[in-house]
Design a protein around this ligand. Structure first.
Ligand SMILES: Cc1ncc(COP(=O)(O)O)c(C=O)c1O
Length: 405
């Protein structure tokens, strides 16, 4: 049977990561995958996570099956964190999933089960897995513009393109720190999006993967909470991979907000049914860790403080790279970086220039120009800025200098 299988496509991000793994140049720098690294280049276990794991190891008495929705305490804690104290908790439910990706897929299944062939709008460019997940669930994908020529959020294109989204459509929006561009809507743009959704009746589907790493936890959750207050129905995919550093523990949840408690109950059961046929139930460990942290005042404060520290480091990396690019004459790249936030930035570089960066300087970003700002050791920032300056056409630097004047 397997002889019949034609060579399938491989994942471009993981391909690049493997290529990086075989690169023997000591100065190699991996800015491909979206993981936070401390100044020594490690992706640490957060202190609150470590402490919660020790507590759990001491306390745990059984590894009996959980229900189909996973850890009920975790679902309650995440609902309360995402929706906030004034959110529509009485018409919302959360189901624990296999991280943010599992939440996206389960919610995509729910959409398809409710209305087969539904059109889901995603940004262009989008997180690399959005289209594959939605199409694998049987949904139709359309795109809306996201980024302007200078690397910032393009409110005009987004509102124009989404003007064509109909009542039966779903619009996938990233709640903060847009991947891959780092370009986020300002509060007035979020208000305009909420107004459009309320007027035209499409359902917002918010993907939350980086809350806490942009402007701070509360500020990053504010657009999601505002949308939830404005529309009758909404879906939210939540990942704990980045903000709890639980990447390999696969921790997250799918949230549904409905117009009535009855429709929410049905949606919750449909999510459980989808999970049952995919993986039965999600892994317990990461969810137990998150619950232990969020339910304990001291651990929660420790987690929030470390998250804030990580956020500060990412912002400092961005500011330093912006300044170094400016000093190297890369004014266009510096300006784009300064307009973006969060873990990623999309440099205005061509795929040929990104390849040159890889070949000549062992600096690995994606060919679309995305780099992981959170992955740059601070002492390598000057070398990264020099690399970027050298892959630009020599005629480009004076032209850029003229452009920004
Ligand atoms: C925008 C976005 N959504 C969802 C995910 C999925 O995260 P995970 O499945 O690791 O929780 C990612 C991961 O990089 C992401 O960038």
């Amino acid at each position: 049977m397997l002889e019949l299988l034609p060579p399938p496509p491989t994942d471009p991000l993981w391909d690049l990561t493997y290529e990086y793994g075989t690169d023997e140049r000591p100065e190699r720098l991996n800015l491909v995958l979206g993981v936070y690294r401390d100044p020594t280049g490690r992706t640490p276990v957060m202190a609150a996570v470590r402490e919660a794991e020790i507590l759990l190891a001491e306390r745990s008495e059984s590894k009996e099956y959980r229900g189909l929705s996973g850890n009920a305490g975790f679902n309650r804690a995440l609902l309360s964190m995402v929706l906030g104290p004034d959110g529509p908790a009485d018409r919302a439910a959360a189901v624990q999933t296999v991280a943010g990706s599992g939440a996206l897929r389960l919610l995509a299944d729910l959409i398809c089960r409710t209305r087969p062939g539904t059109t889901v709008w995603i940004s262009d460019p989008a997180y690399v897995n959005h289209r594959p997940i939605l199409e694998a669930a049987g949904l139709t994908v359309r795109t809306y513009g996201w980024r302007d020529a200078e690397g910032g959020f393009d409110a005009e294109s987004v509102l124009r393109d989404l003007g064509a989204a109909r009542r039966d459509d779903v619009v996938l929006l990233q709640g903060c720190c847009h991947n891959p561009t780092g370009a986020d809507p300002a509060p007035r743009d979020w208000a305009a999006l909420a107004e459009l959704a309320a007027r035209n009746g499409w359902v917002p589907f918010v993907d939350l993967a980086y809350h806490g790493l942009g402007d701070g936890l509360e500020a990053d959750l504010a657009p999601t909470r505002m949308l939830a207050a404005r529309v009758p129905e909404m879906l939210v995919a939540v990942s704990c991979s980045k903000n709890f550093g639980l990447y390999s523990d696969r921790t997250g949840c799918a949230i549904v907000i409905g117009a009535s408690a009855r429709s929410v109950r049905h949606a919750e059961t449909a999510l459980q049914n989808a999970a049952r046929t995919l993986y039965s139930m999600p892994p317990e460990h990461g969810a137990a860790v998150v619950t232990t942290i969020l339910e304990d005042e001291r651990l929660r404060r420790s987690w929030e403080a470390e998250l804030e520290l990580m956020r500060g480091r990412i912002a400092a990396n961005r500011a330093e790279l912006t300044q170094q690019l400016d000093a190297s004459g890369c004014a266009v790249q510096a300006r784009a970086l300064a307009r973006q936030k969060g873990m990623f930035s999309m440099l205005p570089l061509t795929s040929a220039q990104m390849l040159l960066l890889r070949r000549q300087f062992a600096i690995y970003g994606t060919t679309s120009g995305r780099i992981n700002i959170a992955g740059i050791p601070p002492h390598r920032i000057p070398c990264l800025a020099r690399g970027i300056a050298s892959v630009l056409d020599p005629a480009e630097l004076p032209r850029q200098a003229r452009l920004v004047r």
